[in-house]
Design a binder for this molecule. Structure first.
Ligand code: GTB
Length: 218
């Protein structure tokens, strides 16, 4: 059955791969499944056709036959369950991989998303410059124990899994802030994720799409 995902037609990051379709593309590349992309404008996200796919009017979504999913974590979970390559076969190790997916999405990502709120949604408030350091401190409170748990291992729990895929994707959002450099083992962990051939293919695909959108007709 063919797979179609949605992505920004014009990604606001201009091809840096920071939007959440990249993690879905990466998962599909890891398991070797081809996919089509339906690029959507900001306006199309809020139209009824897309609201049927995702009631919140966001990307990414995932269609496969009659199945339509939204939420990048749920999509990567589904891909990992349906296709070999992202979940270990041992049941306990699989449970831990799922735990790391949730940890990335529930315990780490929310603190990182606060940067966007502090910089863009609240950037014009008189207290904005005082809030940003607090936001960074809360991120450090998550990164410190994560770095301790990772130690000098390559991945969070043995072999690379969907848990690492989501965690690396979440941490990548920190790159522009420079905060990752304070945690060299985490920076190296993210670099290992980015060096995977499947990530490289996913990144190149989203970049090609962003570049084409910037120069239509070229
Ligand atoms: N929890 C959902 C998930 O994990 O799938 C969140 C999905 C989400 O936030 N989607 C964003 C979206 O569709 C794109 S990824 N936004 C449009 C809207 O809400 O109207 C978030 C994102 C956007 C832009 C950048 N960037 O430019 O760097 C990075 C990440």
């Amino acid at each position: 059955m063919s797979i179609t995902i949605t992505a920004f037609e014009h990604s606001p990051d201009g091809g840096k791969g920071l939007a959440r379709d990249t993690r879905v593309r990466w998962a599909l590349e890891e398991v070797g499944q081809p996919y089509d992309v339906r690029p959507l404008s900001m306006q199309a996200l809020k139209e009824s056709t897309h609201l049927c796919r995702n009631p919140f009017g966001q990307i990414p979504t995932y269609e496969e036959g009659d199945l339509c999913l939204f939420e990048s974590g749920a999509i990567v979970f589904h891909i990992a369950e349906r296709y070999a390559g992202l979940f270990p076969s041992d049941a306990d190790a699989r449970a831990r991989a799922i735990m790391w997916m949730f940890a990335a999405l529930n315990s780490v990502e929310p603190s990182i998303l606060e940067i966007v709120v502090a910089r863009f949604a609240e950037g014009d408030k008189p207290w904005a410059h005082e809030r940003l350091p607090l936001v960074f401190d809360r991120i450090r409170q998550r990164l410190r124990p994560l770095a301790v748990r990772l130690g000098d291992a390559d991945w969070l729990d043995g072999e690379f899994s969907a848990g690492d895929l989501i965690m690396v994707s979440v941490l990548l959002r920190l790159r522009p802030s420079g905060i990752l450099d304070e945690f060299p083992t985490l920076a190296a962990y993210v670099a290992r994720g980015e060096a995977r051939p499947a990530y490289q293919r996913a990144f190149a695909a989203q970049l090609a799409q962003a570049t084409a959108a910037m120069s239509p007709g070229a």
